[in-house]
Design a protein around this ligand. Sequence first.
Ligand SMILES: Cc1cc2nc3c(=O)[nH]c(=O)nc-3n(C[C@H](O)[C@H](O)[C@H](O)COP(=O)(O)OP(=O)(O)OC[C@H]3O[C@@H](n4cnc5c(N)ncnc54)[C@H](O)[C@@H]3O)c2cc1C
Length: 475
Amino acid sequence: MYLLKSGFDVNIYEKNGVAGGFCTSWQRNGVTIDGCLHWLIGTHGDSGLGRIWREIGGIKDGEIVKLDSFFKVFYENETLTFYNDFDKLERELNRVCVCDKDKDEVARFLDVLRYLGMFEIPSDIPPELSTQPPKLDLSFARKTISYMTRTLAEYAQKFETPIIRYALENAPVNKRFCVLYFAETLSNLCSGNADLPRGGSSAAMHNVTDRFKALGGKLITGAPVSEIIIENSMAKGIKLESGEIVYGDYTVAACDVHHTFEKLLKNKYPPNAFFDSDADKEKYSTYSYITAAFKTNMDLRARNVSEIYKTEKFDLSGKEYDVLSVRHYGYDESFTNDGYTVLQVFVDTNADDYERIKAMSRSEYVEFKRRTGETLKRQLEKYYAVNGDVELIDVITPRTYERYLNSYQGSFMSFPLGAKMQQPLYARRVNGIDRLYLANQWLMAPGGTPIAVISGKFAAQLIAADAEGKLPKEK
Ligand SMILES: Cc1cc2nc3c(=O)[nH]c(=O)nc-3n(C[C@H](O)[C@H](O)[C@H](O)COP(=O)(O)OP(=O)(O)OC[C@H]3O[C@@H](n4cnc5c(N)ncnc54)[C@H](O)[C@@H]3O)c2cc1C
């Protein structure tokens, strides 16, 4: 979109039948399974990201759904709701605190949440083109350092209140991420800057695609790329799996960065910091979901959209869990068809889970999905106060994502950065190749759609600068 606005002709070659990647929905048994957005940071029109979403069409004013809460926890006859409102959230956390020490920590946490509401992810101009030296905001660093250097799991141990501990360890933001990511998400939700586009993930992506085409862009779907053509250290275009060769002045690899280096560049170019991280699985274990989707005729509108239940221990193909994380889709009438809507149950996965699933034969995998769906259905019926039909309609795993999107280990976020782990800095260019740019959620932790969309805008700005001969030389 930004390249079109700068006067370039733009063709997008997309592997699948629709654009949008992870940010998608699909139909099963007459209902819509929204495969992505639980919140979209940048719904506030005054934020930098909010302006980008509006420029590209992903968010339309008047078509935003606001939810009351982030999630609600059910723990041994007690509940705790993470409201999307600073004051209500503070009162609710204080309500469950079992000691003054925890109340002090709640006060500190809320102070940081309110403070984070004043910050946003830089999205104006890529650092490579900035004439200002990077600003080090010492007050920000002082205030948030302990949240940057601690995982959510570690932070949970600071509390003596069992339900707060449990909530932090099982929040919809994985406990392996640093506290700052959880706090930023919650802060954006409480500031009214992380709502949902009406119609969900697909509606947002259709709007973006329509805007792109209206500006003159060409989208070629069902066109997997097999190779980026490099001649004399310069990207000249792409080769499609069909054998067709397409030349262009500039190439943007907007798919998973691992896929770009390993498959599209055939491992011929020195990869950036990614591959050092991949080698250290202990520290940089990937993150994804197994999701079971259910069709239901329950009226869910009065319930919290995301609910987390402490369960008795149950086994899912050899691994024990004591949590049931459920999200309903009755909050948006466009997901409801003939009184039916969808419930999704999420199970967090890591690199070991991916490898276990990947190693399964086709028949083992089919059986694994069937058993997973049935087990999660039993848990749902036991804990979720089901009062209607519940029919299993799909099971999605990291292997699904890998097959559909060529995503590294099926992960949809970048590495969860734990305690004292450096943010790996991923370059937007590839050492030794001119006119090739990267745009993908992997380029900055924690990933997600904000990083994906900012990386696309930055790639366009770098290309425009390159074309004008204003691109600084790589160091
Ligand atoms: C269940 C779930 C919930 C999520 N919730 C949220 C949320 O609430 N908020 C949020 O911000 N993010 C969320 N995310 C994460 C978010 O969806 C992703 O981080 C983001 O969409 C990644 O975008 P991307 O453009 O970087 O990569 P991708 O979405 O992977 O896009 C890459 C595109 O490249 C295409 N491609 C790959 N290989 C080739 C090839 N060889 N040739 C041609 N095309 C190719 C793919 O088909 C795809 O369309 C969620 C994801 C999931 C799965």
